[in-house]
Design a binder for this molecule. Sequence first.
Ligand code: CP
Ligand code: NVA
Length: 295
Amino acid sequence: MKHLLDINDLSKKEIEQIFKLTDKLRNKKTNLLKQKTIGLLFAKPSTRTRVSFEVGMVQLGGHALDLSGAKMQVFSGREAISDTSKTLSRYLNAVIARLYSHEDLLELAKHSSIPIINGLTDFNHPCQALTDLYTVKKEFGKLKGIHLVFVGDGSDNVCSSLIQACYKLGVKITVATPRYYPPDAEILKRTHHHATVTDNAKQAVKNADVIYTDTWISMGQEKQKVERKRRLVGYQVNAKLLSYAHPQVRIMHCLPAHRGEEITDSVLDGKHSIVFDQAENRLHVQKAILYLLLK
Ligand code: CP
Ligand code: NVA
């Protein structure tokens, strides 16, 4: 039994196995996980993660239960995470958890006898980053030699997992971010400073194959909204920034996008954007993850 809490939980070989299996299971309806049930324990809103895991489970012949928000004792502070985890272990075959604090996710996993899959915390988003590199591989037919440039909030949870995934798979990554929001120091250390960090977005995108961005205000950071918008304003992915990049550059975003903030309509909806292929791939990649952890 194995959890997926962090990209570090997977070897390069296991990630390659996930990508191979993703291709195999793509658009296939099977009974591989017949009679298996997962719970979607979500403290924060979600469209892609929640729906793609549920649909993925159905396509594998199993079931998914929505255990979000007010439905659960744990989210109203009426039950400990440890007791919730031990109880869910008696009913389910796996839990997909989206929690505010990564510490809470570790606590959930510590007391669980079934696989826990991270559906995003304040620290990271491994299923997203795995999908993103799968998407890049599909788009370019390779990962070797690709340069991904993340523009925006360098301390972002998606960015953290991207740095780890790029390190593991040997993809060049640059993070263009204002000095207030450097990537997580622990992540940089763990990945032997594989990522280049700069505050010069214009320079960074010059050699980019992919420009990636995410919201400036992640869930739970709402109180910092005004300050974050002010500090990140020069890091918008817009037509001007795109004009410095290669004509074949692809635009990626984990979504939800905050149109007019980190990215403009013309770029998100433009010919370089592959954001909805990327969103679709969440379903395909997560089916492979579910199969490998639950089979
Ligand atoms: N990208 C992503 O995780 O989207 P949701 O918040 O809609 O799940
Ligand atoms: N960084 C964003 C990602 C949403 C999928 C957030 O945490 O809100």
